[in-house]
Design a protein around this ligand. Sequence first.
Ligand code: ASP
Ligand code: MG
Length: 466
Amino acid sequence: MKRVIMKFGGTSVGSGEHIRHVADLINNHLGKGYQMVVVVSALKGVTDALIEASEEARSGNRDHVHKLLQKTTEKHVAATENAIKNKSIRKEVEQTLETTLDELEKVFTGIIYLGELTPKSKDYVLSFGERMSTLIVWGTLRDLGLSVQYFTGKDAGIVTDSNFGEARPMMKVTAHQIKQKIEPLLEKRIIPVVTGYIGATQDGEITTLGRGGSDYTATIIAAALEADEVWVWTDVDGLMTSDPKIVPSAKVIPELSFQEAIEMAIFGAKAMHPRALEPAMEKEIPVRIRNTFNLQNPGTLIVMEQKIKPKDVVKGITLIKNLALVNVSGAGMVGTPGTAAKIFDILGKNNINVLMISQSASEANISFILQREVLERAVSTLEIALLASGLIHEVTAEDDVCVVAVVGAGMKGTPGVAARMFGAVARRGVNMRMIAQGSSELNISFVVKETDGEKAVLAIHEEFKL
Ligand code: ASP
Ligand code: MG
C-alpha cells in the first residue's frame, strides 16, 4: 500500500469547482488503494488579503479592514456553495466558517484598538486562511462519502520554535506527535485533512512556517509518517528548465535530485518553500510536483540519486531580478585577515541578506549581490562602519543588475561547461559583471545588467539545447 502526503496549493483550491475537482482526485486515489494525508493551502489570494488587512488594522483603517473581511467571507461562502452538495454538510461548514470569521473580526478589532501588530498576532491572523480552506475541503470530501478528520497543524502535532512568521519545526516532538495522532487513522482508512502553513509553540501559540509553508507542512508530516512520497499539487506541470515567459520553449524537468532542486528553488524558481525539501531529503522520501489541472502529466520527480546523463549537464536556468551589486575596495584589505568577516558581520547584524559573493585573488576588492531594496542601507552602513578605519577605500554600487543561475549536477567535473556558457552569453554581446561557482559545482551564477538578463538566459537555454 502506498502512503502519500498530498498537498494542494492555493490555486488548486481557488474556487468551489476546483475544490470539487480536488476532492474527486483524492477519491480516485483512495480507490486505487492509496493511504493519504491531505494538506491544504489557503484559497488563492487569501493570505495576501489577510496580511493587507492586518496592516490596515494596525493603521486603524476600520473601513478597509471591513471591506477585506467582507470579500474574504464572500469568497469562502461561494466556494462552499459550489463545492458541497449535501445540504446538512454545507450548513455545518457554513456555520463553522461563520464562527471562524467572527473570531477573525474580533482579532482585527483588537489590533485596531491597540494600534499594534506583533509578529505573534500576525501569525494568528494568517492561520485563518488555512483554517477556512481546509474546512471546505474537509466538507467536500465528506460530501463524497469519505471518512475524513479535520486537523489544524497544531492539532496534528506540529510543534515549532517561537520565531513567528518563519517558525521552524522541532522535528523530534513533532514526529512523535504526528505519528501518534495521524497514523492510527490511516490504518482505519480515514483521511486526515490538515491545514498547511500552521504550527504552534510548545506553549500552544499559533505560528506560521513562512510564506509557501504548506509545502513544509506536507514534508514534515511525510517525514513523521515515513511516507512513500509527497505530492505537491500545483497549477504548473512541474519544475521547468526555465521561466516559460522568458524562454517559450522551456520544458518540464522530469526528474532531478534534491540537491539540484534546492539550488533551483533557492535561486528564484519559487516552486516551493525553501526549506520544505529538508525533511523529505532527510528521510529519503521522493517529492513529486504535479499539476492539479493536467492529470495526464506526470510532473517533476525529486529524488535522492544524482542521475547524470552525459547529455544533460545543465538542468535549469533561473533569473533573479531586482538586485544590486556592491563593490568594496581598498589596498588596506590586501593581506588583512578578517576583512570579509567584518563586512559580512556588519551586513548580518543589520539584517541585510547577501545572495552571492566573490573576491579576486588580489584581495583588493570584494563584490556581493543583495536585494535592490536594501542597497542604500547597505552602502551607508558599510561606509559609516568601515571608511573611517582606513581598512577600505571605497564602496561603489550598481542598482540595475540581475543574477542568472545555472543548475545541474552534470556540471560537476565536466570541463568546458563554464566556457560554453560564457561563450554563448558573450556571443550575444552581454557583459558579465561577476561570476561565482560554489565548490559543489551544482550551480554557476553570474551577474549581468538587468536589461541583459533574459538575453543571457535564452543564450544558455539554446546552447545546452534544453
Ligand atoms: N497560504 C500560505 C501562503 O500563501 C502558505 C501556502 O500557501 O503554502 O504563503
Ligand atoms: Mg501558496
